[in-house]
Design a protein. Sequence first.
Lengths: 205, 579
Amino acid sequence: MSNSNDIEITGKQEFTITAYTENRIGILNRIAIIFSRRKINIESLNTSPSEIEHIHRFNILIHETEEVVRKLARQIEKQVEVLKVYYNTNEDIIWQELALYKVPTDTIAEKVSVERLLRENGARAVVIRKDYTVFETTGHREETDKLIEVLQPYGLIEFVRSARVAIIKDSDGFNRKLREFERREPGEDVIENEFLDKEKNVFSM
Amino acid sequence: MDTAHEEATTLTEPKKTTTVSGSVALLEGLIAEGTDTIFGYPGGAIMPIYDALYDYKEKLQHILVRHEQGGTHAGQGYARTSGKVGVVFATSGPGATNLVTGLADAQIDSTPMVCITGQVFAHLLGTDAFQETDVINITTPVTKWNYQVTDANEIPSVLAKAFYIARSGRPGPVLIDITKNAQLQMFEYEGYTPCEHIRSYRPKPLIRKEYIEQAAALINSAKKPFILFGQGVLLGNAEQEFKAFVEKTGIPAAWTILGAGAIPTDHPLNVGMLGMHGNYGPNVQTNSCDVLIAIGMRFDDRVTGRLDKYAKQAKVIHLDIDPAEIDKNVKADVPVWGDCKETLPLLTALAEQKEHTEWVEEFRAYDKTEQETVIQKELNPETGELTMGEVINKLNELTKGDAVIVTDVGQHQMIACRYAKFNKTRSNITSGGLGTMGFGLPAAIGAKFGAPDRTVVAIIGDGGFQMTCQELGTIMQSGIDVKIMILNNRFLGMVRQWQQLFHEKRYSFVDITSPDFVKLADSYYIAGKKVSEREDLGAAIDEMLNHKGSYLLEVMVAKEHNVFPMVPQGSSVSEIRLK
């Protein structure tokens, strides 16, 4: 990731958008078209149930300028079934991607010290069968990429990587906020426009 | 809205249930929401709803349009004049896809509408059944919210949500797609409960005092403050609050075309129209004011011209209910997020009573120049062919500014917006953001149903009229009274103007021929007349206005006449051209 150079030249960098939404058919499309309408590519997208029942959490990774991301975040939050949107740079989050690797068991058992391979790459074996073995690792893109390179010579059969999931460093979670949303007369911290309120510090929840 | 709530329990007492079909529940819900008029067109997949409607003829007036697009524009016209939610019915497939233009128009112009489409049986979804289209996904980008109902039990709550979403916050169109089985399904109906809260949706923001204070401080210290107002003032029913603010602060105010009429044309602090074909002063002064106060407007590119040369010298205060509009096009120094019905009085309270006499005088000077170089020639030509401006001027004299003016899109629209006189709010019905040719005639029909006691005059070009002229049939059948003025220049005039100014007069496919419009009207049993001489114009308009029932007046106007002033695309507002 040549992020720092990139920021200087294009002003663009990786942003992770976190959106809390109702679990409703069609919301994925409503969010996706906010990007496609502006010809902006989604680098990775994860949507899955959050810690709160019926509420989904989206993690969307894009490569854009802060100004564009701020506008996108507002457009997403404007959707009726979106509760809250945050956007963060890589410095503001802890993130991981999960990767699975399928390799032929015979080659791998013969030619490498599996234990060392696992240890060095922070990986673990998920399934070991006579014909193939599946390894799993989690990490940043370059880390999961590295294990591909390592396994390629041993006949990597299949590889899959999940979207990025990210935890925002400076956040208190969403439970308390949700209770506020459910009230008819919500408290000020929900209703205020955070983007406007904390221009320099938008990322704090 | 309040009356709707009172009527909400028409059918049931608490806890009692009645077995009804999904279709009946839908119609009961519409009545509970205060709907009196539906614009629609039946078809296979919506037949159960139409069957139920047969028994509701007394309570719900259904206007059979001639094309579903016409239905949506009629719904928009109705919503704009009445302030209520426009309701449109259409069947699945082609019926539903025909709604798309009107939905897009309503979405960009923030018009509250609820569209109901029929859909094939739920078990047929995704099978390419007859007249099946993926309506939800087609309409997602052009609706504020949409939802597919496959079970009748959902109908009351989904309808309640639809109305709530359509009219609250920044209004917009909503679509409900109901599968045929849900329309037919009998279920235990518990009555209709209006929706007042959706946890993921915050239409009404809490007003933040510090921004009001900052805004007031800026306004009080300003030497050359300038107000830009848009449709937000009308949508917020904040005309009185707005007038009080303007009059206390003494600040000159200019309008976007959708904001026209929020204060009367004749108000001494109304300095005119903004934008590409707006008035000279407001455009130039945008780049010399020190504080710009934008109220319920979204800095459309047709208003701002070149953004990097737009009001760079000014501090910007932006009042809007939609946080996504703040900083979208123009960076706000003070964002006042909220309903202007609430924010304006707070601001007025903190603002000092002032008169900016010299500053307002500057606007008058620009106006004088514009009068001399553009307006007098346009409104009072003594020789040559009729101009569009003099037609509007004559109309003003006869209606005295009390009519609802509905326009289509193009040169006649800009001329009508520039010169029509508005004494009252909700009087200028036009397609602003989308620029939909064909909007005028069906929107005028809806406008009349929304304001039955007012005179409604549709001003339409010869091109746009031919896009939706089948709605003459709707006028004929419903028997309503709409005055139609076709300003015929035998060209697609606005495109021709651009081709003249920017494409070396290469008139590429802008030469349009027309049928005999008066005969066309006659074939729909609508009276009409064609006029091309100056001396006949006044009498002809007078005859049109005094005619009992609808009337079509075709006015032959100058063929190659340009709308000025003009901010050429890519130019700054202060580079506005007077010729």
